[in-house]
Write a protein that binds this ligand. Structure first.
Ligand SMILES: [Zn+2]
Length: 465
């Protein structure tokens, strides 16, 4: 439950453009091994065509693919058609979620004066209220009772408890609106976590603006404010996962194991999402194409999820629909998210617990055969490998770290995509997967694991309070 909330708030924080701590640059590690590509590696990568990957990104990144919108639907159609054209059986898996549309208009006047820069909270509601202000302190029930906020707009400072608690406390105390100001420099953006019938209209202000409002209120206790929020909407929406399955080519030799190669197709509002995550989606497509006819004794599922940016919704739905038997059979999840930015750091793998697993083992081996250097791994969540991990499936995220400056911005466009990075990632994953999925290669000998653990800050809660 907490994890779900955490993921949700993170998505909203990212959507709001807040600064995100990233892993320290992880450099590939020289291991001193001297391995070379074997015939199976060569088979797995021979047909990889980076121009095809690039062209998928060009198609997918024409417009932001926001979850539950027509553009995301079109991306799902594109994936289904591509997978089908390679000869796959394709499953399209719909799921619903509570979606939120940001307000189209947000304004605040205090004592008839505008000049503020009010911000919105995700899941904030629309409203048009005019009322006297009251200093609601930190928005605790005690603060609000002392301030007598009934029928008034409560001015509340950030801190101690979540934004949602502050707004709902004010609502229960009879307030008609909330102005929630920052307790540190800079704009305040965050989320109320979810829709709640008790919410009342709320806007954010900077610390300086909040203090100016309180100074005005101190000089004139009858100070009124007008708070207007238009176009904010919470509603039930539908997104889709698209899954193509490669069955073992020889039924007699079926190991029963399943390897999942995943990505997410959606992007945040306003971002064309060329790197996040048309890149991973496009590599998933190309891996499906080149691996279609490779002899294998392990099932490989190629998939792209919807609504990752809203809190890993598609992958959570997918994993929740797996039977216990399928979860037992699923031995690895290779999750590709942001694997083509010219301006990001080096390729790294993130595992939720920071521990090595089958995915990192196979990939360190394969990257070493390909590049002479093992791709390092670090601890990190924040993408669709998390639900797999939570289900007990060895999983890792492939991402270039640190992320590029235009992550989640309108600048996440095709011109900043590096074909070299796409190709490198595609080859490492293809050879890692095929090392395990090809016939009779189940008993890997223990290899030295190359660790480069970089703990990623536990910042998930930040957007909530
Ligand atoms: Zn992403």
């Amino acid at each position: 439950m907490k994890k779900k909330l955490a993921a949700f708030s993170l998505a909203a924080m990212l959507a709001a453009g807040a600064a995100v701590p990233t892993a320290v640059i992880a450099k590939p590690i020289e291991t001193g091994y001297t391995q070379v590509l074997d015939q199976f590696d060569k088979k797995a990568i021979r047909k990889i065509d980076v121009d095809r990957i690039y062209n998928h990104i060009a198609v997918l990144s024409e417009a932001p693919r926001v979850a539950g919108t027509d553009v995301e639907d079109r991306a799902a159609d594109y994936l289904r058609n591509e997978f089908k054209s390679y000869g796959y059986e394709v499953e399209v898996q719909p799921f619903t979620f509570t979606g939120y549309t940001e307000p189209t208009r947000l304004s605040l006047t205090v004592d008839g004066k505008s000049g503020f820069s009010p911000g919105n909270f995700t899941y904030g509601i629309s409203g048009d209220v005019t009322a006297v202000l009251a200093d609601g302190g930190l928005g605790t029930p005690a603060d609000l009772e002392k301030a007598d906020v009934s029928g008034k707009i409560a001015v509340i400072r950030r801190g101690d408890i979540s934004f949602a608690e502050k707004v709902i406390n004010a609502s229960r105390a009879g307030a008609v609106g909330v102005i929630l100001y920052n307790n540190t420099a800079g704009p305040l953006s965050g989320t109320l976590g979810n829709h709640d019938d008790e919410l009342i209209p709320a806007v954010s202000l900077t610390l300086a603006e909040g203090e100016a409002v309180l100074a005005q209120l101190a000089s004139d206790p009858g100070t009124k404010a007008h708070l207007l929020i238009e176009g904010a909407e919470t509603s039930e929406r539908t997104s889709h996962n698209v899954i193509a399955t490669k069955k073992p080519t020889n039924k007699q030799k079926d190991t029963g194991d399943i390897i999942a190669i995943s990505s997410h197709m959606d992007s945040v509002p306003g971002a064309p999402g060329a790197n996040d995550n048309a890149s991973g989606t496009a590599v998933t497509l190309e891996l499906a194409r080149v691996m279609k006819n490779l002899p294998s004794d392990t099932e490989i599922r190629f998939m792209s999820f919807g609504a990752e940016e809203l809190g890993l919704l598609g992958s959570r739905h997918y994993v929740s629909e797996l039977t216990e038997e399928e979860k037992d059979r699923m031995i690895a999840n290779f999750n590709l998210d942001m694997v083509g930015s010219r301006d990001a750091g080096d390729l790294t793998m993130w595992t939720v617990d920071g521990q090595a697993n089958l995915v990192t083992d196979l990939s360190q081996d394969s990257s070493e055969r390909l590049n002479g250097k093992a791709t390092p791994f670090a601890a990190g969540g924040r993408s669709d490998h998390v639900p797999f991990h939570e289900a007990g499936i060895p999983a890792a995220l492939f991402i270039h770290s640190p992320t590029e400056p235009w992550y989640h911005s309108p600048e996440d466009t095709l011109d900043k995509i590096s074909k070299e990075k796409l190709e490198d990632t595609a080859k490492i994953v293809a050879t890692a997967v095929y090392d395990r999925a090809r016939f009779d290669n189940q008993n890997r000998k223990d290899k030295k694991r190359v660790e480069n653990k970089v703990l990623i800050d536990a910042f998930y809660e930040e957007a909530l309070r």
